[in-house]
Design a protein. Sequence first.
Lengths: 157, 296
Amino acid sequence: MTVHTITVNVNGEDEIVEVPAHWTLLQMLRYRMGLVGTKNGCAGGECGACTVMLNGAPVNSCMVLGVECDGAKIITVEGLSHDGQLDPVQQAIMEAGGVQCGFCTPGVLISARALLDRTSKPTEAEIQEALVGNLCRCTGYVRIIEGIKQAAKLQKP
Amino acid sequence: MSREAHPALPEFDYIKPKSLSEAASFLAEHVGEARPLSGGTDIFVRMRDGVFREKYLVDIKGLDGTDEIAFNPKAGLTIGAAVSMNRVSAYEAVQKHYPLLADASNSVASYQLRNRATVVGNICNASPAGDTIGACLLYSGVLNVHGTDGERQEPLSTFFKGPGQTTLKTGDMATALHLPLPPKGFVGKYLKLNRNNRGDLAIVGVTACAYPNKDVPSGHSVKIALASVAPTPLVVTAVEEFFQKEKLTEVSISEAAQIAMGACKPIDDVRGTARYRKMMVRNLTQQALSAILVKL
């Protein structure tokens, strides 16, 4: 097994990580860095439970190799809050009742954060489009979508 | 090593060459053991399923300008092999001059996946269901290929040989896709039939286009490309020939839809039966051409 040593910035901290060549970013985050907020659902790029931000854009971390992230900047669900303050998407989705079993939530939060980063006032259709890759089997999406609308209002302009 | 409920990737080594020549040499020295890697969204799935068993993945992202996209008002559009589908569909010149490609890109999987998936990868993967392939065929796309013998060009019209089979040989890497400027008045439409509204593979895909052409008796060229209904993406030349004589009307559209239905050779699979696919080819061809007729 070949192991590569990479430098990666995760949630604002520079880290040097030893990662086997065939490990995904998801495995690296969970088993090398202890960041178990990011979930393994389908391991095939379909369910979105493993969504993280890679250089500012959401990706399925099961579809990226850890070693490909040498020099990259990663934000996981653990990196969304700042100084004890939840991100508006966390606050609003929680308050809207958009969390039931919670397994899809970390991925949904990253997709929602990425959407609001690129569109500050998304329409309902844009919110739905942004969540195509995040499967939720509990909520029926209505409260998640409501939460994202509220988050857009909570955000500082 | 894996503690996952789902299979992890099998062991392989990751190679990051400094140039395309270095990548080509490595691929040529490791025949059957190495595969070029770009977005990886098809490769990783196939490796997990045990279909691909390479010992080396050779990452060609960003080598020698493969991460660039550029438009020239005379020459057309060049999309580097590592340019993600989201970058393609957000590119202003694509929205303006190649909207059919933007629509097709946006119909692929999810936003997250399209941040990794590439148009060139979609073509090289050569799935009969490839969403962007129809648009690239109708825009007369040509692939730039870097091989062990140097650079060459492969027109998409003769590129596909079977499911996952192309004219690419060991040591070859597609480095960019070139689309010439579309003919004046080009109108296109992509219709995709899914099991659910978004995020699925095509049960049937119909890409259609039309543009004024003084060199044919009808005054218009009309082309269609079909997805998921043959071993390769299928351009139906019989429809193109039919519209050389026939003007685009409600009546001729119905006839062309029958021709398209007759030309495709679908199979039964988990997403639909051959019979259903044939009928959907007819219906979607009719819908796509009717939508074009309104805009032409």
